[in-house]
Structure formats: C-alpha cells, structure tokens
Design a protein around this ligand. Structure first.
Ligand SMILES: [Zn+2]
Length: 349
C-alpha cells in the first residue's frame, strides 16, 4: 500500500484557516480555493506562527512514518534515509509554494514589477568539516520596474585559517580571486555584518515581521544558508529567520506569470536555469568590487555575479511586463538596447 504523503506546514495552516473562515461564514469548494485564499496570510505570517505549523507538520509526519528498521551496508537506517528524502521533498515543495505566493500575490495586486527582489552571492576560501569559510559576499536589491537600486558588499577577514586548511584557503583564493586572509589586521565583526544584512533586507518595509526571501543560484543555496546561520549563531539570534531560495525557480515563475499563459514564458523550469547559466552579461566591464577589478578575476566577484543575474532576470521579464529597459539600471550602462530588441524579437528562445 502506498504510504500517505507527508503534509507540510502550509497544509496545516490551511486546515485552521479553512475552519476560521467557515466560522465567519465563508465556505470554500476545495483545497485549491483554500490555498489561494490562505496563501497571502501564510506569506506574511510572523515566524512564531510559521514555527507552530512547522512543529505540527513534523509531529504528524513522525506519526505516519514508523516503519520497521532496516539498515544499509553503512549502518544507516533505511527509515532514516527515507525520512531525510521526505524532508528534502517537503522543503522543496514548501519553497515552491512560498515563491509562488510571493510572485502570484504580487501580480494579482499588479505589483510584482514594483516589489523589491533581493539577490545574494558568496565566495568561500574553502569548505571545512563544519562550515564554509566565507571570504566575500554581496546582497543586491532590484525591482523589475526600477532596475538595480543598490548593493551591499563585504570582504570577510576570518583571521587565521583553521588548522589544516591553509592549502585549501590558498587554492580558494586563486580560484575566486580573493586575497589571503590577513591575520595581522582585525578580523571581521560578524555581529555588525549581521546587523547590516538585516537592515539591508528591510529597506522596502522596516516593519516586516520576517526578512523577505533572498535568491541565489542553486549551487550557492547551501553556502549562503550556512553563512547566514553562522552569523546568527554567533550572537544567539534565531538562525531560521532567513529564507534562501533558488533564483531559477523565481525567474521561471515571474516569467510565466507575466506571460500569462502565452508561449512567451519558459516551457520548462530547467530552461530558466539554462538561461541564468548562459550568463549573457558575463563580460560587462566594471561590475566588480575594487579588489576584484584590480586583479584579473573580476568575473568571479560576487558583486559582478549578482548584477549579471539581475540583468538576466530583467532582460527576460521586463519585456513581458511592458517595462522599458533603461541602460544603467535594467541593463548595463554601455548596453545597446535597440540592438538587443532586434536580436531578441525573432529568436527569443
Ligand atoms: Zn569582489
């Protein structure tokens, strides 16, 4: 008999939401209708409320999953592996739902074009047994309507590299164009960096109950999350407050929502990732930070990368939303918009 699919936290939120609305006299025909109505409330739910439903989902899942214990050759319980797989799948579904709510809710209000979207990228010296040793990161804020608004860039000095990792750090420096950590000058004040990050993410709405989602490429989700959690752990802050999501999923959903069912969107989500990886703006000059522009690897600068990602998203989505691309904000300053229009028109895909 197939096992019952574990439900995620949003599902249990919907159950309560449905009951509350029923008491107020609103009855929904099916769960799709409930999901539609409950989505906005879930998106803006404060972290403690979300945490409550996450806990419910976890308990319910454990109740459903009490299989016999079988072990793999390495001694890891098969039930544990299945549990981990289920959790990963749940997390992926919850992420998609959250991004979908972010995009669709805004597009209903006709404001996805005005909504601030945050991108983040990190460069790390190396990965140690416990975490990623970050050397640089950049946050970028843009909207499809106004283009790139600003960035927050930091070079991180972790001080003396952890014992046994000196060579890895050196190789990381070579690969990403970083300078060796300087153990003579003061290491980075992580508490200050965390405060700056939190402030930066609340520019559009200082009263926001939790920071907005931040987007990055799929291979950077883990190091970014690790870094943000590391910042929080140092000062005893809630390390679950950040939502780090995949940029390709966002691009896919924004483009396809803006295309409104026409064939202007992406036929498959994987093609959004292909588009981002194509990195059409890769050789745009002077997008990097001062340190990277001095060296020969400006293309590896986190500031350069987040700007190129933003340009790619805008290059795709602005035409679909009828937003005119302005050089310097929506596309690089030296970009020939008219030429791009001609080139794009017949062969967009
Ligand atoms: Zn840089």
């Amino acid at each position: 008999m197939p096992k019952k699919q574990p439900r995620n936290s949003f599902y249990y939120f919907m159950i309560d939401f449905k009951e509350e609305q029923r008491k107020k006299g609103t009855v929904y025909a099916n769960m799709a209708e409930v999901a539609n109505a409950a989505g906005p409330a879930w998106t803006s739910a404060p972290p403690p409320l979300r945490a409550k439903y996450e806990a419910i989902a976890k308990v319910q899942k454990q109740k459903q999953n009490v299989p016999e214990k079988k072990f793999t050759s390495t001694g890891v319980s098969l039930a544990e592996i299945a549990q981990q797989d289920a959790e990963r799948k749940d997390a992926m579904e919850a992420e998609r739902e959250d991004i979908h709510n972010f995009v669709v809710q805004k597009s209903v209000n006709k404001s996805i074009a005005n909504e601030d979207i945050y991108l983040i990228d990190v460069n790390y010296y190396c990965k140690t047994s416990t975490h990623y040793l970050i050397g640089e990161f950049t946050l970028l804020r843009f909207s499809l309507q106004d283009g790139i608004k600003n960035t927050y860039h930091e070079l991180i000095n972790p001080g003396i590299p952890p014992v046994g990792y000196a060579l890895d750090v050196k190789l990381g420096c070579q690969e990403y164009g970083l300078e060796m950590p300087d153990d003579h000058s003061k290491p980075t004040n992580y508490m200050q960096v965390l405060a700056n990050v939190v402030d930066y993410l609340k520019q559009q709405d200082a009263k926001m109950p939790s920071p907005p989602p931040v987007f990055t490429m799929p291979d950077k989700v883990e190091p970014v999350l690790d870094f943000l959690q590391f910042l929080c752990s140092g000062v005893g802050e809630d390390d679950n407050q950040f939502r780090v999501y995949k940029l390709d999923t966002l691009l896919f959903m924004v483009a396809n929502t803006a295309a409104g069912g026409t064939d202007e969107g992406f036929p498959k989500e994987s093609l959004a990732l292909v588009q981002l990886k194509k990195d059409s703006f890769k050789y745009t000059p002077e997008l990097g930070c001062e340190m990277h522009e001095r060296g020969e690897l400006a293309v590896q600068c986190t500031s350069s990368r987040v700007k190129r990602w933003a340009y790619t998203v805008m290059d795709w989505c602005c035409p679909l939303l009828g937003v005119e691309a302005l050089p310097g904000t929506h596309v690089p300053a030296d970009f020939d918009v008219d030429l791009q229009k001609k080139r794009n028109a017949p062969t967009r895909r």
